[in-house]
Write a protein that binds this ligand. Structure first.
Ligand code: GLV
Length: 328
């Protein structure tokens, strides 16, 4: 019976499915698996169900000579060294589609919460400052009829554009791929990145993380943005330069930020971004609904079951390996 290793506690439906077919071992904890434990546990593994907290690179692959598939419990797979997987004929998979709307919901939540000062408002109340209705109290930015700028308009970016329709917003987008289908369907307008940054009241990031998107938003880009603008990042932390963001928020170059992802991650509680009232941070929870995390667990397990049964996995990230191995 093939062996599958699961690197964290995850919703049980995925491991239950794996146990129907394989010997399953698991890092039975909510903490990150220590690297030495991972390297030991993969020695006899045919399949690995990994999280975005585990770099899957030569070190892991060299330790796992039997490995045929690594299924990431995430849509992003910047923790994979894809060429290293492909070189060894190991299939990598991710969990697209199942988390699109849940992630867009959270990005939208951050947008609204930052714009309307929800966290400072809550702190104001619990700190006992609420003495009277205040005409100047905690004023924020209008969302309805404002302009939303999307940097990256894949599945989740398109989900933001759909939500923006309900708020009568104008939507600008920049992407390396022009999306005329979405322009037609949702009335979104393509513009270069600088125009998106200059004209938008809200800028929401939906790019994958790769060398080309490292610190995509830094000093120059933040300076281009309106000083009333709100920045939302639910993509990957290092897409934004944290030092530049700190200065822009501190100096009022932009209004506020809502971050689901940070650089570094986790963000230490004494990080200077957390001293700012206009920076709202949550701990990388965009896909964290009960339904969606179960769907991710299921899809990751289905990918492993497929590859280890000689079948084509639903969502490979290196389809050339699937093809080369004739998985159908
Ligand atoms: C989470 O960040 C994911 O990529 O699914």
């Amino acid at each position: 019976m093939p062996t599958v290793y699961v690197t964290r506690r995850i919703p049980e439906n995925g491991p239950d499915l794996l146990r129907e077919h394989f010997t399953v071992r698991q890092w039975d904890s909510d903490d990150v698996i220590p690297r030495d434990v991972l390297l030991r546990e993969v020695q006899d593994a045919d399949g690995l169900l990994s999280l975005l907290t585990e770099p899957i690179n030569d070190e892991v692959l060299d330790a796992a000579p039997n490995l045929k598939v690594v299924a990431n419990l995430a849509v992003g797979f910047d923790n994979f060294d894809v060429p290293a997987l492909t070189k060894r004929g190991v299939v990598g998979t991710n969990t697209p589609e199942v988390l699109t709307d849940t992630t867009a919901d959270l990005a939208w939540t951050l947008l609204m919460a930052a714009a309307r000062r929800i966290v400072p408002g809550y702190k104001y109340v619990i700190d006992g400052h609420w003495k009277t209705w205040g005409p100047l109290l905690l004023m924020g930015q209008d969302i309805h009829h404002a302009t939303l700028g999307l940097i990256g308009v894949g599945r989740i970016g398109a989900g933001m554009a759909r939500r923006a329709q309900g708020f009568s917003m104008r939507v600008l987008y920049y992407d390396v791929f022009r999306r005329e289908d979405l322009e037609e369907e949702l009335g979104i307008e393509f513009a270069d990145q600088e125009t998106v940054l200059r004209e938008s009241d809200f800028v929401s990031l939906h790019t994958p993380y790769m060398p080309a998107t490292h610190h995509l938003i830094s000093h120059d880009q933040l300076k281009m943005m309106k000083n009333t603008a709100v920045l939302v990042n639910s993509a990957r932390g290092p897409v934004v330069d944290p030092d530049a963001l700190y200065e822009a928020l501190r100096d009022g170059e932009i209004d506020s930020a809502g971050l689901d992802v940070t650089d570094p991650e986790p963000l230490p509680a004494d990080h200077r971004l957390l001293t700012l009232d206009n920076c709202l941070v949550v701990p990388h929870i965009a896909s964290a609904s009960y339904e969606t995390r179960a769907a991710m667990s299921q899809l990751a397990a289905e990918n492993i079951v497929a590859v280890l049964s000689g079948k084509k996995p639903p969502t490979p990230v290196n389809p050339e390996v699937v093809e080369a191995q004739g998985l159908q």
